[in-house]
Design a protein. Structure first.
Length: 265
């Protein structure tokens, strides 16, 4: 004869089962919240992508005018600048890959042509902007790849994307005569290495007149994909539903076994 239902209910409310119920419920709630968090990350990524796309698509702004006005544009703002490169003060931004190959970004200071500010009448002659002209392979920095990567010697007009300084950079250990290295485009470290009066923004080159040579390779445009957040969210929701279904089946099986009672001795 089957056991009474109240004994089955009491069994599923024993301390061990209660702990199991609470654990599974906590895990389901955690996975649902992780899925919701990934959805929020997806929305944030989409908002950021829209802001970047809008900044890149705007008409370029002259850097000299920005500096004269004291404005710091948002990252990815399209800008132009006119001046002369200072080849002897180049710096490598280390550990940057391109198409799976190891290398560095090559940053060259651009001494801006002086343009009086309409507001103050002051000139910015001698002001330098760090321009990341592109990527060079590690073989080039090691002296094995002999392709020239120097900037043009005369006046140059550049167009690119402006960025704020990235804090937390470290100065690399290099031998005398080698191009100095910093770990990221940190303008404080850049000023320390070069001794130049660098502007508070740096430019990632997109186009140049006269045009650049084979090296450095221009840094690719930003990838504006949605990232993996949406798929991660679906995975967490799937795991939460799966955990609830599997645990429900476990409870159903346990209930049947208790109703069936002990087997014949």
């Amino acid at each position: 004869m089957d056991g009474p239902p109240h004994r089955t209910r009491r069994g599923l409310l024993s301390p061990g089962w209660i702990a199991s119920h609470l654990f599974v419920a906590a895990m389901v709630v955690l996975m649902v919240n992780l899925g919701l968090w990934q959805l929020r990350r997806h929305d944030e990524r989409q908002t950021t992508n829209a802001e970047v796309a809008a900044a890149v698509a705007r008409d370029p702004v002259d850097v000299s005018g920005l500096l004269a006005a004291g404005d710091l544009p948002p990252d990815y703002t399209a800008v132009t600048a006119v001046g002369r490169y200072l080849e002897g003060a180049e710096v490598l931004i280390a550990n940057r890959s391109f198409e799976g190959r190891a290398g560095s970004w090559l940053a060259t200071p651009l001494r801006l042509d002086g343009e009086p500010s309409p507001a103050t009448g002051s000139a910015y002659e001698g002001r330098v902007v760090m321009v990341v002209r592109g990527w060079v392979p590690r073989l080039h920095t090691a002296g094995i790849d002999q392709r020239p990567a120097g900037p043009p010697s005369g006046p140059v007009s550049v167009a690119g994307l402006a960025f704020a300084s990235v804090a937390g950079g470290r100065i690399g250990v290099t031998d005398p005569g080698q191009t100095p290295e910093i770990s990221r485009p940190d303008l404080d470290r850049y000023r320390e290495v070069t001794g130049l009066d660098a502007a508070p923004i740096w430019i990632r080159l997109r186009a140049q007149d006269p045009p650049p040579g084979e090296l450095p390779v221009p840094v690719p445009p930003p990838a504006l994909s949605g990232g993996p957040h949406l798929s991660y969210a679906f995975q967490w929701f799937f795991f939460s539903v799966g955990a609830a279904v599997v645990y429900g089946l476990i409870l159903r099986r346990s209930r049947r076994e208790r109703l069936r009672g002990p087997g014949p001795g």
